[in-house]
Design a protein. Structure first.
Length: 145
């Protein structure tokens, strides 16, 4: 896993540089830079809109007492897409845009379901232990002797 992560961190900047050079040769420097800025703005807007919609879906599912595993996975993938779109570069923009397509997220979710296990836990809150001879008084009922 460490080697794979190292290769990704090495490959992504090289791919980004290649994309910048190719796109810069095709459309020029300033349109290339403008394209990076526009995709960052689009990423911020899309992240906000889809993020709020997914948040509402999660809240609705939890209100029905369901575990919103799919909605949580979608929210995570949309957040990753937003980060990729905000990252300068055309390759990361392409990956971010792919993550915004619901069928692509569905494929990733199906893959993750085979690899991950969802665990649900519950917690309980315990009150004070009271003895049978304990008398409870409010503040206005108590006076020092």
């Amino acid at each position: 896993m460490g080697r794979l992560l190292f290769l990704v961190f090495l490959a992504v900047p090289l791919i980004e540089i290649a994309f910048f050079v190719l796109i810069g040769q095709a459309i020029g420097l300033w349109p290339t830079l403008l394209g990076v800025l526009v995709t960052a703005l689009v990423g911020a807007v899309v992240l906000r809109r889809q993020g709020m919609a997914l948040f509402n879906e999660i809240r609705t599912s939890m209100g029905r007492g369901e575990l919103p595993a799919r909605a949580l996975a979608d929210a995570m993938l949309v957040a990753i897409a937003g980060v990729l779109l905000l990252t300068p570069g055309y390759f990361t923009d392409l990956l971010g845009l792919l993550l915004l397509v619901p069928p692509v997220r569905g494929l990733i979710y199906a893959y993750l379901r085979t690899r991950l296990q969802v665990v649900s836990t519950t917690t309980a809150e315990y009150g004070y232990s009271q003895r049978p001879d304990t008398l409870e008084l409010d503040d206005d009922e108590w006076r020092p002797r």
